[in-house]
Each structure stands twice: as structure tokens, then as C-alpha cells.
Design a protein around this ligand. Structure first.
Ligand code: NOJ
Length: 545
């Protein structure tokens, strides 16, 4: 079992990180060129979104060959160089294993399409029922989850895009192929694995669901635990020091305890997304609604407390390549950008779990606010645009929704400096840079001792210095406060109080004997520690004794 409790992981979206070969797309050599920067930040591991050979229909989450690097990112030699250079800086790499589905261009699927029974059995090919689809399940990217293949008069299952065919994990041959892939990358020196939508791998039963969505037949089914245990004991569990994280879609805390309890030997930690749905109107992502602060608090507290109770472990995050930028979503990306970015970071980094930082978060990058559908590249956003249009929504309203929810908000190029395209590339980037790069960029943040970057650096150092942050217990605090999100941590005789004001007005809170504490970190300089504390707009303060 790896010691991951005091580690911090940095997520790179390779396409948008740094372009060194002048094609407008980030590459492996670009990552190598920024290792000093990541070392200075203090992170232990880099999770890279998929760099395997792919038609890039879903930005690499449609893999056609798990053993080869997509030429847009570089070569195997470049990757080996990256692994070696990162190791020198005590940074490990985490790969993104997309095992729920492959691209339909994968050799296995291509053979299946030619009628090869062995490979047809790698996927789910089913006959329609009474002139209808095999089941009424939805695809997560819009429309239904079955695609017709006239040659067989059958349909194949795709829970995501129609070019992403779901793998049949019931088939032992499939599981062995996947184990072989992990072992191949372990041999290459990869020490972390993120498993994409891994709780969807067991399709228990092909039955219509009353809601027409279908989740109860493929999400968090009991066999997922068996399959993960098998992967663990035949691949990554055999190598000391590996770190694993499962991306869990629409999951439950009970299952996540099961996935991460060390004695179950499944995974180290999970990403769950309930706290990132608090701005969905009627559970629909493609709507516009201010976030529900009480619900956010309840969800984060519940997951902290219950995972702790069951000896599970959370991955802590606000941002990733699938989410809009947190400072635009839960903070204030204009007047209080710096304050709110630091406050949000504190909320997550002081919790029990392993924090993930998504590229650009550490300098407070914001949503892009695109105004034209042509500017979007993400397949999910483009599908959503079409579906909202069909529903008859106003163009203006659709744009507002996309500006708030589109995944492309987080995929814009990393902002390194104030030069053309934020220093990401000297040619037109694959996705337009956010035009605020002249102000918001790494170069500026490195020069400023009070920057968001310097604040993240300090948060990481604190986790490595204070056992109470990595190992302490978690207790919710001020649960009903209308604007403050607070909690306490305990370790031996130490105590930590974390206070975060989520709004742009002063608020007060009573902390008896507050003079006995010291301020460990805060986004405001001066503090007057009186039993009745005033928290200023977006103020965060961490008290320790
Ligand atoms: C989750 C990934 O994070 C997302 O980017 C992708 O589109 C889906 N899984 C499908 O692989």
C-alpha cells in the first residue's frame, strides 16, 4: 500500500499544457520542459489525461491502442525521457486507463465488426427487442446508448459516444488483456493509475429501466468490486508504491468505502462528483442555476465523515478536464479572484483525502466565456448545443449554459506568460486561449509572493509538515452557518479549525479562546484574533493549536 496521505497530485491535460513542436497541440516534451515548475509547486505525482493512440473523438478517452503513444503527443522515447526526468525530481507519473470502453477504431472492435466471434465477445452486441433497441438506456453524451450494425442486424452498447464501444468485463479474456496493459506500463515505470468511469464496467442485466436512463443496471454493480480486486492482485497491487484512483460516476459512499478500504485490496481512492452537481437544476447539467451552498456543505461533510467512518479515502478536487473552472463557479472570478481561489483551495487541501490540482488552478485560471458554438471542440458540449436547440431554447440562453458548464472551459491552453497565446504555443492553439492570459499567467504568479501559486505551494508544504492535515480526523463545524463552510481536524492533542467565507460580505463567527490558536494560513494578511471573529469577503483562515 502506497503512502499517499501526504501526497498532492497535479493533473495535466496534455493537449493544452505546452506545445514545443509548433502544431498548436501540447506534447510530452512540453511537459518535460515544465518539470522544474511542477517541482517548485511541490507536487508528488502527475496524472496525465490519456496520451495513447486515439482518433481523438473524445480527446483521447477513445483509445485505439493502449500500447502506443499518439503521435500528436510525441513518441515512446519522449515518454521514457519524461518518466526518467520526472523521477529525478521525485515526481511519479499517473496514467489514465480508459477501460470501460475502447475506440471503435481499436483492433478488437475492428475484428468484431468483421464478424470474428472472439472479438465480438469483447463488446456487447445485442439483437433489438420487438423492433426496438436492446434496452432503453441513455448515452451520457446525448441520445440512446445503442448503435445499429446492419451487417449483423445487431446493436452494440456505447454508454458514451457512439465511437466508444463498451467492453465486456464478464469475459475473462478482456480482463486479462487489461491486466496485461497495466503490467506493461508498470514495467515502463508508471506508478499511478486513474481508472476512467470504472464503476460502470459491470452491466448486470440488459433490461429496460423505468426512467429510461439505465444506471441501476450498470452503475456500482457488485461485480465491480471483484473485478477491481482481481486487477489489484494481478497488476498494480504487486508493485510497491503505486497509487490508484477510480473515477466513479453517480456512485454511493457505501460503494466507495468498499472500493477504497485497504483490506479489500481494490483501489486507493475515488473521485466522486456529487458536490459538483449542486448547480444542476433538477439534476440536469445543461441548465443554469446558482450553486446551492447548503447542499455543497452537506455533501462534502457527508463524504468526509462517512468515508472516514468506513476507513475509505477520498480524492479531493474542484477541477478537472470535465468541469468548469471552480473560481468562476463557486468563487468570484472578477473582483475577488485571488481571494476566492485561495479560499476554495483551502477548503479542499485541509480535508481528509488526497488533493488534486488541475493545471492552471494554481494560478486561478477562469472560465473562457466563449460566445460562438464554432469555438467549442468538446463532443459533449457540441451535442448539448444541438439538443438544447432542438428543445427550442434561445441561442442566448444556450450560450449562457455552455459558458457555465462546458468542459472546454477547463481545456483552454495553460497560461504561462503574457506572450502570444499565453506562451502555450507560437501557432494557433487547437482551442482558443482565454484572452485574460496577459494578466493571469504563471510568470506573474511566480514574481508575486502573495500570488495564488505561492499560496498553493504553502498548502502543499503544510500537508507535508503537519500530520494533522494528512492523518487527522474530520469533524464538521458550524453546519448551519449561512455563508461559512467550516470544519475541524484532530490529531493526538492537536486541533485545526478551518473557516471559509463563501460570499463577498463580512460575516462573524464566535470561536471561544481563539487567542490560543495560531494562524497557519490565510488569504488576508492582518488578523485580529478575538472570540468574535470577522471574516472578510471570501476570507479563509486556518487556526491551529
Ligand atoms: C470520464 C472522462 O474524464 C471524460 O473526459 C470522458 O469523456 C468520459 N469519462 C468517457 O471516457
Amino acid at each position: 500500500m502506497a503512502d499517499f496521505k501526504n501526497k498532492v497530485i497535479y493533473q495535466i491535460y496534455p493537449k493544452s499544457f505546452c506545445d514545443t513542436n509548433h502544431d498548436g497541440i501540447g506534447d510530452i516534451n512540453g511537459i518535460i520542459s515544465k518539470l522544474d515548475y511542477l517541482q517548485e509547486l511541490g507536487v508528488d505525482m502527475i496524472w496525465m489525461c490519456p496520451i495513447f493512440a486515439s482518433p481523438q473523438r473524445d480527446s483521447g478517452y477513445d483509445i485505439k491502442d493502449y500500447y502506443h503513444i499518439d503521435p500528436i503527443f510525441g513518441t515512446m522515447k519522449d515518454l521514457e525521457h519524461l518518466i526518467a526526468e520526472a523521477k529525478k525530481k521525485n515526481i511519479d507519473l499517473m496514467f489514465d486507463m480508459v477501460f470501460n470502453h475502447t475506440s471503435t477504431e481499436h483492433e478488437w472492435f475492428q475484428k468484431a465488426l468483421k464478424g470474428n466471434e472472439k472479438y465480438k465477445n469483447y463488446y456487447f452486441f445485442k439483437k433489438g427487442k420487438d423492433g426496438k433497441l436492446p434496452t432503453n438506456w441513455d448515452s451520457k453524451f446525448g441520445g440512446k446508448a445503442w448503435k445499429y450494425v446492419p451487417e449483423f442486424n445487431e446493436y452494440y452498447l456505447h454508454l458514451y459516444d457512439e465511437k466508444q464501444a463498451d467492453l465486456n468485463w464478464k469475459n475473462e479474456e478482456v480482463r486479462n488483456e487489461l491486466i496485461k496493459i497495466i503490467n506493461y506500463w508498470l514495467d515502463k515505470g508508471i506508478r499511478g493509475f486513474r481508472f476512467d468511469v470504472i464503476n460502470n464496467i459491470d452491466k448486470r442485466e440488459f433490461t429496460d429501466s423505468s426512467d429510461g436512463i439505465g444506471k441501476q443496471y450498470y452503475c456500482d454493480q457488485p461485480k465491480v468490486h471483484d473485478y477491481l480486486h482481481e486487477l489489484n492482485t494481478k497488476s498494480f497491487g504487486l508493485v510497491e508504491g503505486t497509487v490508484t484512483v477510480g473515477e466513479m460516476s453517480a456512485t454511493s459512499v457505501e460503494n466507495c468505502i468498499g472500493y477504497t478500504r485497504p483490506d479489500n485490496k481494490e483501489l486507493d481512492m475515488v473521485f466522486s462528483f456529487h458536490h459538483l452537481k449542486v448547480d444542476y437544476l433538477n439534476k440536469d447539467k445543461w441548465t443554469s442555476m446558482p450553486f446551492d451552498f447548503q447542499e455543497l456543505k452537506d455533501l462534502l461533510n457527508t463524504w468526509q465523515v462517512k468515508m472516514q467512518g468506513g476507513n475509505g479515502w477520498n480524492a479531493l478536487f474542484w477541477n478537472c478536464h470535465d468541469q468548469p473552472r471552480s473560481v468562476s463557479r463557486f468563487g468570484n472570478d472578477k473582483k475577488y479572484r485571488k481571494e476566492s481561489a485561495k479560499m476554495l483551495a483551502t477548503t479542499i487541501h485541509m480535508m481528509r483525502g488526497t488533493p488534486y490540482i488541475y493545471q492552471g488552478e494554481e494560478i486561478g485560471m477562469t472560465n473562457h466565456y466563449f460566445t460562438d458554438i464554432q469555438q467549442y471542440k468538446d463532443v459533449e458540449s457540441i451535442n448539448a448545443y444541438r439538443i438544447l436547440k432542438e428543445k427550442g431554447l434561445d441561442e442566448k440562453d444556450i450560450h449562457q449554459i455552455l459558458q457555465e458548464k462546458s468542459r472546454d472551459n477547463s481545456r483552454t491552453p495553460m497560461q504561462w506568460d503574457s506572450s502570444l497565446n499565453g506562451g502555450f504555443s507560437d501557432v494557433k492553439p487547437w482551442l482558443q486561449s482565454n484572452q485574460n492570459y496577459k494578466d493571469i499567467n504563471v510568470e506573474n504568479d511566480l514574481k508575486d509572493s502573495d500570488s495564488i501559486f505561492r499560496y498553493y505551494q504553502k498548502l502543499i508544504q503544510l500537508r507535508k509538515t503537519y500530520k494533522i492535515i494528512s492523518d487527522g480526523s474530520y469533524v464538521p463545524f458550524l453546519e448551519n452557518h449561512e455563508v461559512i463552510f467550516a470544519y475541524k481536524r484532530y490529531y493526538q492533542d492537536e486541533e485545526l479549525i478551518v473557516l471559509n467565507n463563501y460570499y463577498d460580505e463580512n460575516t462573524t463567527v464566535n470561536i471561544p479562546h481563539v487567542q490560543e490558536y495560531k494562524v497557519l494560513i490565510s488569504n488576508y494578511k492582518e488578523h485580529n484574533l478575538k472570540d468574535t471573529l470577522t471574516l472578510r469577503p471570501y476570507e479563509t483562515i486556518v487556526l491551529y493549536k
